[in-house]
Design a protein around this ligand. Sequence first.
Ligand code: FES
Length: 153
Amino acid sequence: MNLDEVYQELLLDHYKSPRCKGVLLNPDGKVDLHNPLCGDQISLTVKFSNDEIANIAFTGHGCSISQAAASMMSELLQGKSKLEAQRLSALFRRMIRSEIDGAALNDLGDAIALEGVKKHSARIKCALLAWDCIDRLISDPATSGSFRNEIPS
Ligand code: FES
């Protein structure tokens, strides 16, 4: 099995058996983002403890990339500080834009399986939908609402 096949299996595993799926009660922040091109959606709820993501959960519907990306991201960010979550989001974005590769991506955990998306520009928004949610939540923890995904990718 080559690396592409390993990544494909990882993607399907997260899509079929999503981690951190659900809705948190009394979250500190909640964001719903829609991809206006296809209608696919991610709803993210987060509880913070001081500066840390104490709990994170998502629901949504859409393509395998958007849903697997949300699962991979949520699993990765559980227990991370806000600062670290922002760093990992920036790292993921740099991977998707083909700015870095190799060992520099090791901190991304299973999310590294989405590296191949960089070859398919139409799917980049799919991979970034969940990351756009957490960026919005961290930059404004009081965020609560539903938004179209207007963040350029
Ligand atoms: Fe809609 Fe992927 S096709 S988010």
